[in-house]
Design a protein around this ligand. Sequence first.
Ligand code: DAK
Length: 258
Amino acid sequence: MAYETIIVDVEDHIATVTLNRPDALNAINSELMTELADAMSAAQSNDKVRCIVLTGSEKAFAAGADIAMMKDKTYVEVFTDDLFGPEIDAVSRVRKPVIAAVSGYALGGGCELAMMCDFIIASESAKFGQPEINLGVMAGIGGTQRLTRAVGKAKAMDMNLTGRFMDAKEAEAAGLVSRVVPTKKLMEEAMGAAEKIAEKSMISVMAVKEAVNRSFEVPLREGLLFERRVFHSLFATEDQKEGMAAFLEKRQAQFRDK
Ligand code: DAK
């Protein structure tokens, strides 16, 4: 599929997906969502890809869903067409790790898209927000749910009710982002993290992703049992034998995803 609103680059086991609607600060329209879903599925099925980095421009990761596109839609249309629903499902179904590299605005659907990724690395200029309240609507793809889990009720309510933006420093202190780096170093840092992940056994990597995500879905006792059973199952892999042998032999492990 040829893309108009995103740029995809696969190099050294890392797929970099760059949102590319600069004139609209990467506002998310149907075309962008369709292309993003396609790129994520392609990365998932490409054996060369071991980690995905999702990013935008220096000024905006994404300033939200495209307001011009949504403005005249009726309830019946958004409900019947399930606006963005299937594409969002496709993005959140990716089993390979996805890092969001966020610079500038990550607002509304943009903040929600970043939160759909496995973790967020932010530049010092990043600004997160759920300003949908200013448009007479509310967050619709995780801004009241994932944000609350990430930063707690007080800040989630504050951001969703007032529409204020959170800067990178506050986002890091609140637990929304894993690291904050100088703007010029953002991609270097994100690619460095992706390279580190790409060196691991993909079996362990996908198991970790499933287990951490499971913690949001099930009670602690169930989550701990799931974690323990997945841990046990990794002893069925050659990569477990290799990883532990390499440690004891004081050499770099050569994982083969087997
Ligand atoms: N949509 C469309 N165009 C946008 C846009 C957006 N979200 N954000 C910015 N733009 C456009 C501007 O209209 C402007 O276009 P021109 O006038 O040049 O043609 C261009 O990008 C540059 O923007 P500004 O001139 O406004 O730039 P500034 O630096 O002055 O301000 C800003 C930057 C990010 C503070 C400002 O643009 C802004 O406030 N943007 C809107 C932010 C916002 O309200 N975002 C939330 C949108 S609602 C759901 C799925 C998704 C959603 C909900 C449900 N379902 C599946 C259930 C999501 C909803 C949303 O995200």
